[in-house]
Design a protein around this ligand. Sequence first.
Ligand SMILES: Nc1ncnc2c1ncn2[C@@H]1O[C@H](COP(=O)(O)OP(=O)(O)OP(=O)(O)O)[C@@H](O)[C@H]1O
Length: 277
Amino acid sequence: MTALSIENVWKEYGDQIVLENLTLEIAPRSFVALVGPSGCGKTTLLRMLLGQEQPTRGRILLDGTPLPPEPGPDRGVVYQRYSVFPHLTVLGNVMLGPELQANRLTGRSFGAARRALADQAREMIAAVGLAGAEAKYPAQLSGGMQQRLALAQALMMKPRVLLLDEPFGALDPGIRTEIHHLMKRLWNELPMTVVMVTHDLREAFTLGTRIVALDRTRSRPEELLRYGATVTKDIAIWPPRVAGRATLYDTEHPQAQDDLTAFASPAGTTRQTPSLI
Ligand SMILES: Nc1ncnc2c1ncn2[C@@H]1O[C@H](COP(=O)(O)OP(=O)(O)OP(=O)(O)O)[C@@H](O)[C@H]1O
């Protein structure tokens, strides 16, 4: 069964057509990296997958069922910044989602239920490499640590789909490589499908099972708003990267993960165009 089906989706804001006739089947457990020039509608597509925006035309299905018209716990999201609550500790941030879900009225659980939740949250905090920082506030963490926290917060809800909007874009290169390893491990271990918007092709090829490029196929300067973007390239990583199964390059040649040529598809299909970067 397909995890996500995007069927002939159009998104318009007033006179502006942002996305036109977009069709995409996303298999369960895939890791789709969405790339494309600034303003082509990547975030808009992500917001529609989250349920924050509705398609103007067309429909989006999750495991064959139309997406509810609002965000839900089956879809987690991590943004480039500001995903975490500054006035809560690391532990408080990670516990908040499940607490709100279990106790809509008070947003707090008590006794044994609270202790069990705190144990789960500590496990998740350790899984993202933040053990020891449970009592800290986000302002006391580095940017990389805050993004680890944002991931832990999203993953606590056990989302079927994890949506990432340039989550590592603001991080220094060294920290970014570390968090890429973490992201890859989490995707391998947890039963989720990931859709990530990125401007960084290297990141797309390092993490993705598939790179989907959006762009306008027609563009007349005098009618710019009348043409939306659609899928212009759809590249499957080779050798295939399968969740739960490390590939040749992931195990034997870890340095090759940063070598775009290692994953090149047949000639021509992966050529980088300036508009994609
Ligand atoms: N709520 C909105 N109301 C009106 N126009 C919007 C709204 N949200 C997005 N847009 C427009 O839709 C277009 C696509 O925006 P979007 O943020 O999806 O692009 P993007 O590809 O993610 O860009 P970037 O790579 O720069 O983040 C832009 O022209 C933007 O102004």
